[in-house]
Design a binder for this molecule. Sequence first.
Ligand SMILES: Cc1cc2nc3c(=O)[nH]c(=O)nc-3n(C[C@H](O)[C@H](O)[C@H](O)COP(=O)(O)OP(=O)(O)OC[C@H]3O[C@@H](n4cnc5c(N)ncnc54)[C@H](O)[C@@H]3O)c2cc1C
Length: 510
Amino acid sequence: MIDVLIVGGGPTGLALAARLLQFGVRPRVIDKHAGVLELTKSAALHARTLEHLRDLGVADTVLAEGQRVDVLTLRTGYRDRISVDFRTLADTAYPFMVDIPQARTEHLLIDLLAEHGVRVERETECVGIEQHADGVRATVVADGRSRTLEARWVVGCDGSRSTVRELLGIGRVGAPYADDWVLCDAVVDWPLPRNEMAFSGDTEGIFGVFPLPGDRRYRLAYTATPGVAPSIEDAQRGMARTGVDGTIRSVDEFWTFSLAHEQAVRYRSGRVFLAGDAGHVHTPFGGQGLNLGVGDAMNLAWRLAAVLGGADPGLLDGYQDERHPVAAEVIAFTHRGAQAMLLRGDPRRHLRDAALTVLRSSERARRALARRFSQLDHRYRGAPGTGGRAGGLVGGDRLPDTEFFDGLAQRTRRLHDLLPRDRHTLLLTDATQADGLSVPDSRAVRLITPDWAAAHADRGVPTALDRGRAAERLYGSAYLVRPDRHIARIGPAGELASVPTAPVTREESR
Ligand SMILES: Cc1cc2nc3c(=O)[nH]c(=O)nc-3n(C[C@H](O)[C@H](O)[C@H](O)COP(=O)(O)OP(=O)(O)OC[C@H]3O[C@@H](n4cnc5c(N)ncnc54)[C@H](O)[C@@H]3O)c2cc1C
């Protein structure tokens, strides 16, 4: 019996498989295509996804190969309206975006799986699903032959036209967009800085220019001119929507997409889940889709691993409780953003421009937009199993990845690096709370200030000394942190130490 069968080896399915492997669960991954689709789709990896990729062990390669983008500029009526500067992102190791072709991200994850002996089973299509009390019988077709695979859990990561979703009879809410979009990778003489991505709208439509790695290479994404086949000439005409004097020198290949804003009404039916585009699709405004799918994978993986290890299956309900509202919010945000950029000749465009000008003058608003695009603020406040608050943080929030100088290790470190990635951790932030507690070493880390260093530096719990009190707002409480770096609970250490947490990682894989 397969523990987890992943249908679809796109970015979501691959990230899910890689994360499950870290917990000692060996998934099977099937994909109907013969290889990675070298389609021109996603390019943008945001800060939260880079954090996830760091936990998976591929972020450094992505950073080395990708194009760093610091600024996202929205232009309407041929003028800069607002520039969102990702360098303002606090408490993350990645205050920027990285542009890298989706296919490259997929190849990196495939290589990672291969290192652990897991290969994507290609040209294998899921065509049937039957559920029974203890598992799922999936019918797959490979080499023209049909066979069944028995799995305890199945995750449909099979994209926007998800067969798994259809087999489960899960409906979607939303609607298609009237506009088709054209995407291409191109060599462009483009006068704006290489660290800036520009998204422009005028009376004809939208035109986005995203820097890619490589000399003068850019990804162009624009609403198609109705009835006109994509060509360099048409793309060049479209570029006039930016008001920037760029020249397209060559294009690799054109791709035309129709888009929709749609969400599956639920992400689960019995032992089968939906993740990634199978659950949600929206416009490319702000480059959110792939990032959202990786976030789904990181949320679901530790739950599946814990339940396979014997935890209460109710833990799996949290996936829908937490990820469904997050995606709904992204769909609404990207819908509003794209609609506003697509007002064309509508008189309301003047209001939009005025509103953007007001936002531009507010540093707070620009910072908030950067956090929103970065997905760092995706949080699960109020979800079952979360609770407590302190210093502006609430149970369900992502733990800030504060940088601090560790006086014990004598080097600069990040808070997330203190926490193991494969289990729940009790983060103790001062000495007194932990006195008299019997917390197994493997479950706790301690962050202390100089005030406590002398008396409490070594009590058998891994300890870091926050010399400059950089993590000031964390002090005074303890935090139960999940393997996905979200805070489950905040409260007194004694209380949190007694919260039962299911082991996520199989002992033999530690
Ligand atoms: C035009 C466009 C531009 C985009 N730009 C961005 C961007 O800039 N940033 C961003 O974050 N996102 C962007 N996206 C979205 C991003 O590409 C998707 O969100 C991402 O590909 C979703 O990944 P996934 O793994 O969920 O699904 P997919 O990438 O669609 O992968 C699904 C996989 O499932 C396989 N499959 C399907 N059916 C079956 C079956 N029955 N059996 C077995 N295998 C099956 C497919 O072969 C495929 O490999 C863009 C999308 C489009 C269309």
